[in-house]
Design a protein around this ligand. Structure first.
Ligand code: 13P
Ligand code: SF4
Length: 363
């Protein structure tokens, strides 16, 4: 066995101790696959490496490829699909994901999945949303600690207090929130459809939760008055208008595109503002040479793999929660069936209604 393969094969966690979960009792644990880097694995994954060669150095491939091959085989054995957000690393996004996209695309696709198991490669609120939309399916998240500063900024009790303070004002909540908060919500939104959802209610005032900056951006696009909460994305709030001006001064030809979770002074410097999916469309459908992508770092790598002719400048801010999801943990998820995402049925019923209303409005 080579040094590389012995590192790779010891990277997964040992068998969990204690009583097996009902899911494990029903479906059983599978044997851990061999994770050696072999000529067969190299051949089996060559077509995937061809896609990511611009963003993953060849010296790293022997670490990823045995996991990718094993995960793709286990998906079939488990009748599982992998849903991955645009912020997942390229080896996950291009290597093992069946469905990729922004929060709205993932929520929509989650309703169409024909598999017994969904492995959610993203953060916990995304896995919860998949569970809400697929109550009969098994939803696994490879690391339950993959949270979100926006989701953590507000509780269901906070929303109940706001509703007491503003009686009769409808609540629109960004999907970056817990099921508990969604259960107190009239309709959810994502950064792709926030303006459309706010306007669809036909009222002059809404409570918009929990992202203050997304809310401020939406307020620039509509006449509806928004009552905001002071939640922020810990990744996008780190960007500053000043740093973007410095990039522009160094190269006036660059185009700046930014996610609406960024503060207003950052969006003021942007040539285009949109959700992750809208940014990807913008890059792919235009004639762009140098693009400064103001969002989580992995996204530019994922897009760069597909459009190598565009030069991406990345003021690199990583989401520590998204980065908790790794190939070894995905493999563990499929082998040991962990960790299952469960939503209290009483909360799930109300939370599901607010997500389904959003999906219905988009149709
Ligand atoms: P979208 O992919 O929906 O734009 O969301 C970005 C984000 O921060 C998800 O956590
Ligand atoms: Fe939450 Fe921001 Fe990370 Fe998205 S990038 S999961 S909004 S902390």
């Amino acid at each position: 066995m080579s040094a590389l393969s012995s590192v790779a094969s010891t990277a997964t966690k040992p068998l969990p101790q204690g009583a097996p979960s009902p899911l494990v009792k029903r479906l059983g644990i599978l044997p851990m696959p061999n994770l050696e880097w072999t000529p067969e694995i190299e051949r089996e994954t060559a077509h995937i490496y061809a896609r990511v060669q611009h963003v993953i150095p060849s010296v790293e491939w022997p670490f990823h490829a045995p996991y990718i091959a094993a995960i793709n085989r286990l998906k079939k054995e488990r009748n599982a699909v992998i849903l991955a957000h645009n912020y997942q690393t390229p080896e996950i996004f291009h290597g093992v994901a069946d469905i990729v996209g922004d929060s709205l695309q993932l929520a929509r696709k989650a309703t169409e999945v024909d598999a017994d198991i969904i492995v959610q490669c993203g953060v916990h609120f995304m896995a919860e949303t998949s569970k809400l939309l697929n109550p009969e399916k098994t939803i696994l998240i490879p690391d339950t600690r993959a949270g979100c500063s926006l989701a953590a900024s507000i509780t269901g009790a906070d929303v109940r207090l706001l509703k007491q303070r503003y009686p009769g004002v409808p609540v629109v909540t960004y999907v970056n929130s817990s099921a508990d908060v969604k259960a107190e919500t009239d309709v959810c939104c994502t950064s792709s459809n926030a303006v459309q959802i706010v306007e669809s209610l036909g009222v002059d005032r809404v409570i918009f939760l929990p992202d203050e900056y997304l809310g401020q951006y939406v307020a620039t696009q509509t006449k509806v008055k928004l009552i905001l909460w002071k939640g922020h994305c810990e990744v996008h709030e780190r960007f500053t208008g000043e740093e973007l001006r410095a990039y522009r001064e160094a190269d006036p030809t660059i185009e700046i595109i930014a996610h609406p979770e960024c503060p207003p002074d950052v969006l003021a410097e942007a040539d285009f503002t949109g959700s992750t999916a809208h940014m990807i469309d913008w890059v792919k459908t235009g004639q762009h040479k140098r693009v400064l992508m103001v969002t989580e770092c992995s996204m530019a790598s994922n897009v760069a793999a597909e459009v190598p002719e565009v030069d991406f400048i990345r003021p690199c801010n990583l989401c520590p929660h998204m980065k908790r999801i790794t190939l070894p943990k995905i493999l563990d998820s499929l082998v040991y069936l962990r960790d299952e995402v469960i939503v209290d049925p009483a909360i799930a019923q109300k939370a599901r209604a607010s997500v389904e209303r959003m999906i219905a409005l988009g149709r």
